[in-house]
Write a protein that binds this ligand. Structure first.
Ligand code: NAD
Ligand code: GLY
Length: 369
């Protein structure tokens, strides 16, 4: 078992620090862990039918064994249900069940369930305690840690939300056994991101173990989850509200979000679009003279080894720039990017549109196109 602390808040009065616990089989020990944290009485397990069918029985047994009295609420499975309308139905159930301020919400699922349940916890009765039990690799290494919660709006993704930290994150790597391969790989893109932005030794570890990681079985995936979580914990501890450092977690995401938007959020999973976006961000870094070409090739080769896409054929460069210009991070014609200086070290720069377009030539030269 490994415990990673997310240090938050100064002084005992405002201490909102919490533990991320990573352990195989942890699903069966969540109730006991919550009891040890002081939880008792009624609580709500929020999940979806897919994850619920696989794992809610074990989690419910564990909660009961820990002395809790759980009620289950299911939200439909899918990004299209990450809406205020679905959240409102959850409020209805919580009110009908007469849940109180001390009644914890436990989120069991991927990032969709975690973001929605976290938003419910942040807003129901002005805030109830919240536990994350992430079940996709993306949720285990990214969305369950750091307190970003929320839902989508018809005009854009994640536009309604709150920063609201969980009281604990319980990660059981064994649940990845049932995850679809494409979902696992999408999560690996975010794992690779941590190596690029923070830790060259971790990036080398990923290079050396790419086959085992893509095969998910061994202890390598546990090491990858632990290191990813400790990097995210460190970044969030230093900049909880994304006033500076935290934006480095968006490496590859400016391009990635635009690719997702241009393809109607259907062709690429988020992690796949981030994979392509990381190669584009690396190419831009090379083209601006920030890093040698071998940095970009190293990133691209690792993504390919993990079975991730590194290009988005059919997407026009001009459309990509236009879409990024509409993104909220644009100031006076220059778009902000996280750019790589060397593996393990990134910088944030505003880049003129012409310079972005110039970097596309480098990409097509490397792909032979
Ligand atoms: P997801 O939650 O839609 O899960 C993907 C699919 O896998 C779903 O069908 C789900 O039911 C299924 N699933 C989950 N766990 C499973 C398991 N163990 N076995 C079998 N099937 C399983 O997708 P995701 O990639 O986990 O999350 C994407 C969401 O996360 C997006 O809404 C995104 O905006 C959000 N996100 C949030 C943050 C944050 O900081 N809060 C960061 C990144 C992404
Ligand atoms: N997923 C980026 C963040 O949590 O800040």
């Amino acid at each position: 078992m490994r415990t990673i602390k997310v240090e938050l808040g100064e002084g005992a009065r405002e201490d909102r620090s919490y533990d991320i616990v990573v352990d195989r089989g942890l699903l069966d020990r969540i109730g006991g862990a919550m009891r040890d944290m002081g939880f008792s009485g009624r609580c709500t397990l929020i999940t979806n039918p897919t994850v619920g069918a696989l794992y809610s029985g074990r989690v419910l047994e564990s909660l009961k064994a820990g002395g809790l009295q759980p009620v289950v609420i299911e939200v439909p499975d899918g990004e299209e249900y990450k809406t205020l309308a679905e959240v409102s139905k959850v409020y209805d159930r919580l009110i009908e069940e007469r849940m109180e301020r001390g009644s914890a919400i436990v989120a069991l699922g991927g990032g969709v369930v975690g973001d929605m349940a976290g938003f419910v916890a942040a807003t129901f009765l002005r805030g109830v305690p919240f536990i994350q039990v992430p079940t996709t690799l993306l949720a285990q290494v990214d969305s369950s840690v750091g307190g970003k919660t929320g839902v989508n709006h018809p005009l854009g993704k994640n536009l309604i939300g709150a920063f609201y930290q969980p009281r604990a994150v319980f990660i059981d790597p064994d649940v990845l056994e049932t995850l679809e391969e494409r979902e696992l790989k999408a999560g690996l893109a975010e794992v690779i991101k941590y190596g690029v932005i923070w830790d060259e030794a971790f990036f080398s570890f990923l290079e050396e173990n790419s086959k085992a990681l893509a095969g998910r079985g061994g202890d390598e995936i546990v090491t990858a989850i632990e290191r990813s979580c400790s990097i995210k914990a460190e970044v969030v501890s230093r900049d909880e509200r994304e006033s500076g450092l935290r934006c480095i977690l968006n490496f590859g995401h400016t391009f990635g979000h635009a690719i997702e938007a241009l393809t109607g959020y259907t062709r690429f999973k988020h992690g796949e679009a981030v994979s392509v976006g990381m190669v584009m961000a690396a190419a831009l870094s090379v083209s601006l003279g920030l890093t040698p070409e071998r940095t970009m090739l190293r990133i691209r080769d690792l993504l390919v080894d993990m079975g991730l896409p590194v290009e988005a054929p059919g997407i026009d460069g001009q459309d990509l720039v236009e879409t990024m210009r509409l993104d909220k991070k644009v100031r006076a014609g220059a778009i902000r990017f996280v750019l790589v200086e060397e593996i393990g070290s990134v910088v944030v720069r505003e880049v003129e549109e012409e310079r972005i377009k110039a970097s596309f030539a480098l990409l097509s030269a490397c792909s032979g196109g």
